[in-house]
Design a protein around this ligand. Structure first.
Ligand code: SIN
Length: 491
């Protein structure tokens, strides 16, 4: 048995997942001699599947398949590629419940959130299906009377895509869609904790009729070996990675020899600033949405909540009331809003950060100790946080809301920017001059102003500083998969 009843019994159509790699349109399923790895439900510890544990050899094969398939894929009319992507979008929506169930089971996020992620992923597929037909070039007046200059854009080639466990569907969809839209082919390495969502996308692509080799998936536990092959293999033209800044650094080093193109969506340390003139209810709602989405396990989650002195106590009281309503539990249970953390290691890290804050004088208003059950961690509210604490510098990646008190606009801008990260920032305030000034001063790729929700396929998602480079989504997201060429014609 490669998929267990803990998974298949919960699906309307269990055929949506296959327990193997997907290369050149064929499934590499578990053989009696092959190495396998287990995928487990973090909420219960139950084993969901045993998947072929692939490594360098399988990665090379997948790259060969993608490389062989790329010229014919690029030669299709943009509309033909767009139609296939639209078919995938329709299948994702049709099977959204099953895809969300798979996601909740392997990753832990509550079912309603998982379904939101599936629709978010499907929206990227739809967006880039539409953009496929708008990869426009340019004409430039020639530099002499007898030259004509034309700019054309061409697919970079094979793209190696490395995706994280926290959004196993949407992060793959937003890389896959622009790549395929412009005529690139893809080899994907999903996180070992959550390969099933990527395999389900491959299954839907098979059903949608994508040609063999256009999309390949290499599941495996040896992320270092697979990543190294993707970075070093000269047949891969570009790497698109979402994950930690540390892994991003390693991949950059490995891509250096081949001067390989990269897009990197790395770690964050988002400030969430509440000024005295903020709409209190809106600020609390925004903080809840930004902090507790995916149990605090997103790169854009509010990591440091800065609250100006006059509104501080009222904000903390209201935030505490809202946090008390959160329900921790198995993501498939009705009403659950906070699922488990991904692993025991994640619980240990959050526990250490909270312990360090407590040791340095922070007040733990709520939560603060692991529940002891599976990998659940309770919503935790901390006041009196300071910049000396580790949670001011490190990504918490858990349901912990540390509140820092501040006095002036200049002070909070300095505090907010005092990090090597620059992915997302948020602030609440109503004075238009201050709003403009703060928005321009924050050194972040994404700034939410009077909102805690900034994720959408229509906007350019990406960071500054050590949060990476490149943009995903929007008209900008397609450029990362294109080479610009100019044709200089003498007449
Ligand atoms: C992330 O956490 O890396 C992505 C979150 C998002 O797209 O909203």
């Amino acid at each position: 048995m490669t998929l267990t009843p803990a998974l298949t019994d919960k699906l309307k159509n269990p055929r949506i997942v296959v327990a193997g790699g997907f290369t050149d349109g064929k499934w590499n399923t578990v053989s009696s001699r092959g190495k396998v790895f287990r995928v487990s439900n973090p909420a219960t510890g139950e084993v969901l599947a045993q998947i072929s544990d692939l490594s360098t050899k399988a990665t090379k094969e997948a790259i060969e398949a993608a490389h062989a398939a790329q010229p014919a894929w690029a030669a299709l009319a943009a509309k033909e590629r767009a139609d296939l992507l639209k078919g995938l979008n329709r299948l994702m929506i049709e099977h959204a419940d099953d895809l969300a169930t798979v996601l909740t089971l392997e990753m832990g996020k509550p079912f309603a959130e998982a379904k939101g992620e599936i629709l978010y992923g499907a929206a990227f597929i739809e967006w880039f299906a539409e953009e496929a037909r708008r990869v426009y070039g340019d004409t430039i007046p020639g530099h002499t009377a007898n030259t004509r200059i034309t700019v054309i854009k061409q697919p970079v080639g094979v793209v190696g895509v490395i995706t994280p466990w926290n959004f196993p569907n949407a992060m793959l969809a937003r890389k896959l869609a622009p790549a395929l839209a412009v005529g690139c082919t893809v080899v994907a390495k999903p996180a070992a904790e959550t390969p099933l969502s990527a395999l389900a996308i491959a299954r839907l692509m098979e059903w949608a009729g994508f040609p063999a080799g256009v999309f390949n998936v290499v599941p495996g536990t040896d992320a270092a070996a697979i990543g190294e092959e993707l970075c070093a293999n000269p047949k891969v033209a570009k790497i698109s990675f979402t994950g930690s800044t540390n892994v991003g650094r390693t991949l950059m080093r490995q891509c250096a020899d081949g001067i390989k193109r990269m897009s990197m969506e790395l770690g964050g340390n988002a400030p969430f600033i509440v000024f005295d003139d903020a709409d209190l209810d809106a600020a609390v709602a925004g903080a809840m949405a930004s902090k507790f989405r995916n149990a605090g396990q997103t790169c854009v989650c509010a990591n440091r909540i800065y609250v100006q002195s006059q509104i501080h106590d009222r904000f903390v009281a209201r935030l505490g009331e809202e946090m008390a309503r959160l329900k921790v539990g198995d993501g498939l249970e009705e009403g659950v809003t906070i699922g488990p953390l991904i692993t025991d290691k994640a619980v240990d890290k959050v526990t250490e950060l909270v312990g360090d804050a407590r040791d340095q004088g922070a007040v733990i208003v709520m939560g603060g100790t692991p529940t002891g059950e599976a990998t659940f961690y309770p919503p935790t509210l901390i006041t009196g946080a300071t910049k000396a604490m580790r949670l001011a510098r490190e990504e918490i990646f858990g349901p912990v809301a540390p509140v820092f008190r501040f006095e002036t606009v200049d002070e909070v801008i300095d505090l907010a920017n005092a990090t090597e990260f620059g992915l997302a920032a948020y602030f609440y305030g109503r004075d238009i001059a201050k709003v403009t000034r703060v928005a321009e001063a924050l050194q972040y790729g994404i700034v939410g102003i009077n909102t805690g929700l900034i994720s959408t396929e229509v906007a350019p998602f990406g960071g500054m500083k050590q949060s990476g480079f490149g943009r995903e989504g929007s008209k900008y997201g397609i450029e990362d998969y294109l080479d610009i060429k100019y044709l200089c014609l003498a007449v």
